[in-house]
Design a protein around this ligand. Structure first.
Ligand SMILES: [Zn+2]
Ligand SMILES: [Zn+2]
Ligand SMILES: [Zn+2]
Length: 362
């Protein structure tokens, strides 16, 4: 192990002090003066120690921040955040024209997933697990008596479970049945999931533009309803002077914006896209939480191992998210790619799940 700078310094300083003391002893110096010189030297040494220690901790802090920064930038700059399509739109149209109408229509029909009728069951106490919630429900709620058809039931985070019904009618019955059941009223509660509003990313806006300016000008120049959109946050662009902004919109306004294809802003037309980004932890690289809530170990985004960072990786690529999904849910995903890959099966699956929770009001 490399000795810490402070220990190295301590060694050098002690040796110097011993030498100086020895010289002082040999020289014709009064013992009072000798003590004086020694005291001065010791003060100097302790000041030096303090500085080295301070320097060391600052360095560590800088390294940590740099790593954090690099990870965040990587997360934000990877293709998965939907950089505008490189192919010009005319080309895309031409490609589409080559497809048969049957195919196009089929594709269109596929794009809208059928509506889902989901209820979430929350435990009233934090420490209750999803397993316990599920067991209690199965034990106490008689679905056949309530005449409710269930499509599937699965455990999700924070001790909750999600129950999918066959129809909206069944969903209503299920909610009533659970919430009216006195035996479980103290421990469980059923609610409809809160759907998120769709988001749009606007590309390449001057960094100097403020959130307020952006909102005012966007609404004025594009006849948008200022109450139906909200500017959320900006992310780094490839060039220093620009950044991308993410906005949130009410379903109707979202549809209008996407239909426009571009938005006018000052003298330019902004490229845009729907923004869907699953939450991935840049520390452990798993999906579903952010690094500040992480209880896992720091792993390499390329090979999933601990102990080194992505840029230093020399191992074969192995996606930690796909490996985990295979182990947990027997997904059979290919794992020979970095977790940051834009066609990582786990990432695509997360996208699908995320989109199900977005309120498109179809
Ligand atoms: Zn984590
Ligand atoms: Zn690695
Ligand atoms: Zn993967």
């Amino acid at each position: 192990m490399v000795p810490l700078p402070i220990f190295k310094l301590a060694g050098v300083t002690t040796a110097a002090l011993t030498k100086i003391t020895a010289v002082l002893l040999k020289a014709r110096v009064s013992s009072d003066n000798r003590k004086l010189v020694q005291a001065e030297l010791e003060t100097l040494a302790s000041v030096l120690f303090d500085k080295v220690e301070e320097n060391g901790s600052l360095k560590a802090k800088v390294e940590l921040l740099q790593a954090e920064n690099a990870a965040l930038q990587e997360q934000l700059a990877t293709p998965r955040i939907q950089i505008p399509p490189s192919a010009p739109p005319e080309q895309a149209q031409r490609q589409q024209a080559q497809k048969s109408y049957a195919k196009i229509l089929k594709g269109k029909a596929k794009r809208r997933p059928p509506p889902r009728h989901v209820s979430l069951v929350y435990p009233k106490f934090r420490e209750t697990s999803s397993e316990e919630v599920k067991d209690t429900l199965i034990r106490e709620v008689d679905l056949s008596k309530a005449k409710v058809g269930i499509k599937n039931i699965r455990k999700i985070s924070k001790g909750r479970i999600a129950i999918e019904c066959r129809s909206n009618k069944d969903l209503g019955k299920l909610l009533d049945e659970i919430n009216a059941n006195q035996k479980i009223a103290d421990t469980l509660e059923a609610k409809l999931p809160v759907k998120k509003l769709p988001q749009v990313i606007l590309y390449d806006i001057d960094r100097v533009v403020s959130k307020e300016q952006l909102l005012t000008k966007l609404t004025a120049e594009n006849e948008l309803d200022g109450n139906a959109i909200k500017v959320l946050f900006s992310i780094r662009a490839r060039t220093q002077q620009k950044c991308h902004w993410v906005i949130e919109a009410q379903p109707q306004e979202f549809k209008r914006i996407l239909k426009k294809g571009k938005l006018s802003f000052e003298w330019s037309r902004l490229s845009l896209r729907e923004f869907v980004r699953p939450t991935r932890c840049y520390k452990c690289n798993e999906y579903g939480h952010i690094s500040t809530k992480c209880v896992g170990k720091e792993t390499c985004p390329k090979c999933g191992e601990e102990g080194h960072k992505g840029p230093d990786c020399v191992n074969q690529h192995k996606c930690i998210a796909c490996t985990a999904a295979n182990a947990k849910f027997q997904k059979g995903y290919d794992t020979g790619h970095p977790v940051t890959e834009s066609n990582c099966p786990s990432y695509l699956q997360e996208m699908v799940e995320l989109k199900k929770r977005i309120n498109y009001a179809s």
